[in-house]
Design a protein around this ligand. Sequence first.
Ligand SMILES: [Zn+2]
Length: 258
Amino acid sequence: MAKERTYKTTGIVIRKTKLGEADRILTFFTPDYGKIQGFAKSVRKTNSKLSGHLELLTYSSLTLTKGRGIDTVIGSQNIDSFLSIKNDLYRISYALYMAELIEHFATDEEANPELFDLYLGCMKELGRTPYPLYLLRYFEVNLLTNTGFRPEMDQCVICQTEITRSNHGGFSPSAGGMLCSNCRDHSHYYGYPLSWRTCQLIKDLQKYSWEELENEPPDSSILNETEMLLKRYITFTLEKEVKSYAWLNHLRLLADVK
Ligand SMILES: [Zn+2]
């Protein structure tokens, strides 16, 4: 969608960067223009009309004017502040992780309304569900599908043999999915071992809606194995670590110590 000189959209603030004393550069994820940046003048002053509407992880309606380099935010109104997330430190860490994934995977200035709907839907669910870690796995798997990195779980990525309980040979991030046991032993790809139930869970996450999945949460051991596998795959795909994952994990370790 081409931008007018002054244009309106909605968006979730996925990153904030300070600029000078009172200004900020904000990164929004929007349904109409994908990922965009906006300059917010004087937003850090307490009397700014914009302040409060442009907090991190807030969904707002936006009015911007096109600039030579970066566009300027001239109006903003909160739609959803996701307060039930922001009242819970763990859920904040999960939301920051989702925001960082969107920042890495979404395209600049290219509409992707399906990805926006996935992200907004998961932000709403994150404030409500008793299974936030399960929701994160759902978000990751569907983000990968939407952005063209869907791992192949149904058949061997080398020989296309259907993957079954008896022949599954492991998951190869570099090959993009499952190996059968024969290709694991005879190709140069390394297959991380995984249980058949984890393989099935990833297939279910690719296939079913969150409403259907939430009724049958998996055991924590299956969920942990799925998390490790997706972390390896996402790190391989991005060619870097997702920084907020370390903080999320640190918080979880502290909780275990209590
Ligand atoms: Zn094979």
